[in-house]
Design a binder for this molecule. Sequence first.
Ligand SMILES: Cc1cc2nc3c(=O)[nH]c(=O)nc-3n(C[C@H](O)[C@H](O)[C@H](O)COP(=O)(O)O)c2cc1C
Length: 217
Amino acid sequence: MQSETEFADAEAEYPNAIEALRTRRSGHNFDPEGDVDEETLRALIEDASLAPSSYNLQPWEFVAVQDDERLDEVVELAYGQEHIKEAGTAILVVGHTELETADEVFDQWVEADRMDRETAEATQEQTEGLYGSDRMSRDYAIRNPSLAAQNLMLSAHARGLKSTPMIGFDQDGLAEFLELPEDKVPVVLIAVGESGGEEPERLPRRDVDEILHHETF
Ligand SMILES: Cc1cc2nc3c(=O)[nH]c(=O)nc-3n(C[C@H](O)[C@H](O)[C@H](O)COP(=O)(O)O)c2cc1C
């Protein structure tokens, strides 16, 4: 019998997108001879930048490390995760804790006639208040860039590359090594590269019946 989910797939408007997100895997098996060229790197970042963000504030930056000696340092800071070196490209997704894009972005809302000036100013002030506490400022820095990170990984997969998200690294050490300013936080480190072969079978996912709640938790 066809499951409800299979039925939904058949009806999908973008079946390739469904297939891409269902076949993406975290790679631990990269081809050490393969490289991510600058054009592809830029395409990955452009796709990442199309992720949704609060008021389109896009509080993210990306630091790509491709130099061999520097990758050795990154491997060390990531507790010896050699697949980073084999992938050949490590991208640190970085989050803003301050609303540094707000002036520019709220101007764009006004210029596009999506908000009047008064509403934009009030919204910006309210947003600055909302993200004023340490807790909310850190949430802001992590939530938005995490969505960009997933876009980046799906884009890599769609382009025939493999990627691996990692938080297993020395946060302060990597922030220092990559010279992150004080008001920026490391969100997730993503190894990207050409595949060196199959990955082990995917571990099971929790059942939809277990994780989907209707109306209340
Ligand atoms: C927040 C986060 C942190 C992760 N950290 C690491 C890591 O440090 N090293 C690693 O090899 N994989 C890491 N992973 C990859 C997970 O192990 C992987 O996503 C999970 O096992 C599911 O496998 P799949 O991505 O192939 O579906 C991380 C994934 C996420 C989302």
